[in-house]
Design a protein around this ligand. Structure first.
Ligand code: ATP
Ligand code: MG
Length: 270
């Protein structure tokens, strides 16, 4: 809607996890390196932790996009039974026919893993929203990460979830002890917030940077450096600028937007 007013090719602050817009903050780069290491070194179990809207799903998409000699099964729905989970993994790895019984599904997955190992291909199962997985599913995951040859794990499992996932795993020591790689995403700092906003604007083709430094400080304050909240505020600021026909996005505009978004922003006591 406001794209032509701002000279943009597309909207810079969408809320979908689009890897094309990834701003490589230091912690995103570190987390990415850890996850790639886990996959390519065939570590059994890895974990990516971060609060809501911090960029976990986006980061997993970035990692998948860069995989070489590796294949990923991504499960986005954690509300499944262990058998449904195993079946989903088969579908994700491209099986069209999946057996009915659990022991047969397991046989299929084992055979597949051994063939892929022979071919030099690493396999990773990514479970998003893992804090919502049932205890039974977590137990099944433990068994999956037990599969190994003398040298290699057959599957790497990456659990992606909110911080309560760590609490849940602490209560299951036999699983928790197997987490060999832990990666974390925390909020961006103020300088990173500025770079993040500039990066997304540039990626969308923006010819100018419309925010005043004071406006950025306000955005940082209200978003607390959480990328999804930064996106929501910035998107509304661009709309507001378009409506008011001004190309300068300053503190009053940010404050008006924040009032409108109040309910979503914990910090929004204007
Ligand atoms: N480093 C980043 N660079 C660019 N955009 C990012 C970055 N981190 C997060 N975002 C953006 O923030 C929004 C939220 O990201 P994402 O959905 O990946 O978060 P999440 O941690 O998976 O959230 P949830 O816990 O709700 O699943 C998306 O629009 C995403 O593109
Ligand atoms: Mg997510």
């Amino acid at each position: 809607m406001y794209e032509s007013f701002w000279g943009l090719r597309e909207q810079p602050f969408g809320t979908t996890p689009d890897p094309a817009f990834l701003y490589p903050s230091q912690q995103h780069e570190e987390a990415e390196a850890r996850i790639r290491y886990a996959i390519h070194s065939r570590k059994g179990l890895a974990m990516l932790i971060g609060a809501v809207g911090m960029g976990k799903t986006t980061l997993t998409r970035v990692v998948i996009g860069k995989l070489r000699n590796a294949r990923a099964a991504v499960l986005l729905n954690p509300k499944v039974t262990p058998v449904q989970m195993l079946r989903e993994i088969c579908y994700e790895f491209g099986f069209e026919q999946v057996p009915h019984y659990k022991r047969d599904i397991i046989a299929v997955l084992r055979k597949h893993a051994l063939e892929q190992l022979e071919a030099g291909v690493s396999l990773v199962v990514i479970l998003d929203e893992a804090q919502l997985l049932s205890r039974d599913c977590l137990e099944e995951i433990r068994l999956l990460t037990n599969w190994e040859t003398n040298k290699d794990k057959l599957y790497t499992v990456l659990l992606v979830g909110q911080p309560e996932l760590e609490g849940r795993l602490r209560k299951i020591p036999q699983l928790n002890q197997r987490v060999v790689i832990r990666a974390r995403l925390a909020s961006l700092g103020e300088k990173e917030t500025t770079e993040y906003i500039a990066h997304r604007l540039r990626t969308a083709g923006a010819p100018l940077f419309p925010f005043t430094p004071e406006a950025i400080a306000e955005i940082y304050h209200y978003s607390t450096g959480v990328p999804r909240l930064i996106n929501m505020i910035c998107d509304m600021c661009l709309l507001e600028g378009y409506i008011r026909r001004t190309k300068k996005l300053d503190v009053p505009i940010v404050q008006d937007v924040v009032k409108d978004l109040g309910g979503v922003l914990d910090n929004a006591k204007v």
